[in-house]
Design a protein around this ligand. Structure first.
Ligand SMILES: CC(C)(COP(=O)(O)OP(=O)(O)OC[C@H]1O[C@@H](n2cnc3c(N)ncnc32)[C@H](O)[C@@H]1OP(=O)(O)O)[C@@H](O)C(=O)NCCC(=O)NCCS
Length: 287
């Protein structure tokens, strides 16, 4: 993959996931929507960052018509992380995805651990299981959060790039590998909230609609306070979401229940050589 491929790759993944959403969408869920321009811009900046730091994990497939697939993987400490993976609708199921995933996996040579957030697509699940990943079914919570359900949360502060050492320490405790350079990008793209008390430390990046984009803490009490802080950032009139929850993270389900959000399940947290991190809410792309 080259820098000039990024805009085409962004469009390809937007179309691929829209097509998947249409195919797998249960009637009780919010309507599938094409990726917004704001999200597309964020997607392109993220891909450029990954290409800069993990060129060996970024691969595209082409035929005579142009780009037909992409796979983007990162290596953080000694953990391999799949950030993005899609083949153009209509050309799936013909072996292109296998070649792309195999190429990205070579970037993780020497890594015993691996993690990725898997979609609902059975073709993806097949690829991941055949690559040795354990598939942990993933839950999410969604709903409008009423102001009167929000508890008062003490001693949460706004974070900054000055908290990166603290965040890397928390990452290593919770999931063995630090996010490292990804914190530089994440801190520039998302609001960051931090707790650093004698009884526990942690951080959360807050999604644009409120709710967590990524959350890690040294204990459940701290994680719970951080999760409430991210929910407080949502609009009472718009739904917000807590995504990619592995079953061990029941503390987060309990927060969602207290906030009267709806619990549903979709996709998997796919892990190799590691247990589901706890207390932890992974992001879809940096895990
Ligand atoms: C997941 C994805 C990237 C895989 O690429 P692909 O080119 O379809 O993958 P491949 O053809 O190499 O492998 C698909 C496997 O599923 C099998 N398969 C094909 N159609 C299938 C179906 N309808 N149901 C289940 N398995 C199917 C194929 O036979 C193949 O297995 P095999 O190699 O053992 O024969 C692609 O399908 C895709 O873009 N899906 C939508 C987006 C998505 O879910 N991305 C993953 C994000 S986590």
């Amino acid at each position: 993959m080259r820098a000039e491929d990024v805009p085409g790759v962004e469009r390809l993944t937007a179309e691929g996931f829209y097509d998947l959403d249409l195919r797998t969408h249960p009637r009780s869920w919010p309507e599938p929507a094409m990726r917004s321009e704001a999200k597309a811009g964020r997607w392109r900046r993220r891909a450029q960052h990954m290409l800069r730091h993990d060129a060996g994990g970024c691969w595209v497939a082409e035929d005579g018509t142009g780009l037909i697939g992409v796979s983007i993987a990162l290596k953080r400490d000694l953990t391999w992380i799949l950030a993005s993976y899609a083949v153009r609708p209509g050309l799936q199921g013909r072996g292109v995805g296998k070649q792309l995933l195999d190429a990205s996996l070579t970037h993780g040579r020497g890594c015993l651990r691996g993690m990725l957030a898997a979609s609902e697509d059975p073709k993806a699940a097949r690829r991941y299981r055949l690559a040795g990943f354990t598939m942990h079914p993933a839950m999410f919570l969604t709903g409008k959060v009423s102001r009167d359900l929000l508890p008062v949360v003490d001693r949460v502060r706004e974070g900054s790039a000055g908290d990166i050492d603290l965040m890397n320490s928390v990452d290593r405790r919770v999931r063995d590998s630090a996010h490292g350079v990804d914190h530089e990008l994440l801190a520039s793209e998302y609001r960051l909230v931090v707790i650093d008390r004698s009884t526990g430390s942690g951080y959360a990046y807050v999604d644009a609609d409120g709710g967590p984009y990524l959350l890690a803490a040294t204990n459940r009490r701290t994680a719970t306070d951080l999760l409430w802080e991210t929910l407080a950032a949502s609009s009472p009139d718009e739904p917000c979401t807590i995504s990619h929850l592995s079953p061990v993270n029941e503390w987060a389900v309990d927060v969602g229940m207290a906030a009267r959000m709806d619990l549903m399940s979709t996709g998997y947290l796919a892990l190799r050589g590691m247990k589901p991190p706890l207390p932890y809410i992974p992001s879809g792309h940096f895990l």
